[in-house]
Design a protein around this ligand. Structure first.
Ligand code: TYM
Length: 330
C-alpha cells in the first residue's frame, strides 16, 4: 500500500527559533517512518522580504544542517531546497489565476507583514500563500504539520485544490493541517501575547535553536511573568503558561507533573530548571549541527538527491495540470 504524503517547510530567513522546532520540525521527525515525507527549505518564500544574497545562501545551508541535526533522515524523507524544483514556481502561476484577490487580502500574515513594510509592499508578499499551496499540492499531500499561525494558509491551499478539481477534474489531493495542541503557538518571552518570532526586534523575546547555553539562561531569566508568583497553567498567567509549555515539550513531562512539582516554589527556581531543560534538550542538536555545517559535500549530496526525487513527483503533477488547463505538451 502506498504511504500517505506529508509536506512541510521552513523559511531560511535567519536563525530558527525553538518555536519553529516545537511547532514544526520536532513533529516532523516522528512522521518519517509512517509517511512519505517531503521537507523543504523554502527560499522562494524567503525573498518576499528583503534578503542579503550571501546571507540567504548561508542561512539555507544552516537550515538544512538544522533539519538533519534535529533528526530528519535523508534516507527516509525527501529533503530539498524549494528553488531547486522549478515546478513550485510554475504551479504557483497556474494557481494564481484561480486565486481571488479578496481572499488573499484577508490573510492575517499578509495584513501584518504589509503593515511592517508599507514602502516595499511587493506582489510576492501578496501571493505568498499561493506559492505555499503549490508546495503542498504538487506532492498530493495529505498532511501538513505546521504551527497554528499557518492554519489560514492551509485553508487557502484546500480551497485552491477544491476549486481546481471542480473547474477541471479531480487532480489534487485536498490536504489537512496537522497542528499539535501543545506547542502549536510558542509565545514571545518578552510579550506572551505575541508569537515567538525570529523577526522580533527584541532578541530576548526568542530562543534560537543554536543559541549558546549562556544566552538561553539569560533569556529565560528575563522572561516576562506576572505578580501572582505561583507556577499555574491558565490564561491569567500567559507568560508562565508559555514557559510551562516549553518545559513540557523539552522534558517530556506533562503539564500536570510540572505544575505539581513547583507548587509552593517561586518562579526563580522554576526558571533555573527550565533553562537547564532547554540547554540539555538543544545540546545534542547543536553538537550534531556543528559537525554537519562543516561537511559541505555531505549537505550538497543531500540537497541534490532531494531535489531529484522531489522534481520527479512534482513534475508528474505539473504535467497533469498543464494538460488540463489546455497547454500543448512540450
Ligand atoms: P515559517 O518559516 O514562518 O515557520 C516554520 C514553521 O514553524 C512554525 N512556527 C511556530 N510554531 C509554534 N510557535 C511559534 N512561535 C512558531 N513560529 C513558527 C510555523 O507554523 C511553521 O510550521 N509559510 C511557512 C513555510 C512554508 C510551508 C509551506 C509550510 C512554505 N511552504 C508548505 C508548510 C507547507 C512559513 O513561513 O513558516
Amino acid at each position: 500500500m502506498e504511504k500517505k504524503v506529508v509536506f512541510s517547510g521552513v523559511q531560511p530567513s535567519g536563525g530558527l527559533t525553538i518555536g519553529n522546532y516545537i511547532g514544526a520540525i520536532k513533529n516532523w521527525i516522528s512522521l518519517q517512518d509512517e509517511y512519505d515525507c517531503y521537507y523543504s527549505i523554502v527560499d522562494l518564500h524567503a525573498i518576499t522580504v528583503p534578503q542579503v544574497p550571501k546571507d540567504l545562501r548561508k542561512n539555507t545551508l544552516e537550515v538544512l544542517a538544522i533539519y538533519l541535526a534535529c533528526g530528519l533522515d535523508s534516507e527516509k524523507s525527501t529533503i530539498f531546497i524549494q528553488s531547486h524544483v522549478p515546478a513550485h514556481a510554475e504551479l504557483t502561476w497556474v494557481l494564481n489565476t484561480i486565486s481571488y484577490m479578496g481572499q488573499l487580502s484577508r490573510m492575517t500574515q499578509f495584513k501584518e507583514k504589509s503593515k511592517k513594510s508599507e514602502e516595499n509592499l511587493n506582489a510576492g508578499l501578496f501571493t505568498y500563500p499561493v506559492l505555499m499551496a503549490a508546495d503542498i499540492l504538487l506532492y498530493q499531500t495529505e498532511l501538513v504539520p505546521v504551527g497554528e499561525d499557518q492554519k489560514q494558509h492551509l485553508e487557502l491551499a484546500r480551497d485552491l485544490a477544491e476549486r481546481f478539481n471542480n473547474k477541471y477534474s479531480p487532480t489534487f489531493q485536498v490536504p489537512e493541517p496537522l497542528i499539535k495542541k501543545e506547542g502549536a503557538r510558542i509565545m514571545s518571552l518578552q510579550n506572551p501575547e505575541s508569537k515567538m518570532s525570529k523577526s522580533d526586534e527584541n532578541e530576548n523575546g526568542y530562543i534560537l535553536i543554536l543559541d549558546k547555553p549562556e544566552a538561553i539562561r539569560r533569556k529565560i531569566k528575563r522572561a516576562v511573568t506576572d505578580s501572582i508568583g505561583e507556577v499555574k497553567y491558565n490564561d491569567e498567567q500567559l507568560g508562565i503558561k508559555n514557559l510551562i509549555n516549553i518545559y513540557s515539550v523539552f522534558s517530556g513531562d506533562t503539564i500536570e507533573e510540572i505544575v505539581n512539582r513547583y507548587e509552593g516554589i517561586g518562579y526563580g527556581k522554576f526558571k533555573e530548571d527550565l533553562a537547564e531543560v532547554v540547554v540539555e534538550g538543544l545540546r545534542p542538536i547543536q553538537e550534531r549541527y556543528n559537525e554537519l555545517i562543516n561537511d559541505k559535500d555531505y549537505l550538497e549530496k543531500v540537497y541534490r538527491e532531494g531535489a531529484e526525487k522531489a522534481s520527479y513527483i512534482a513534475n508528474k503533477t505539473l504535467r497533469r495540470v498543464y494538460r488540463k488547463v489546455g497547454f500543448i505538451q512540450r
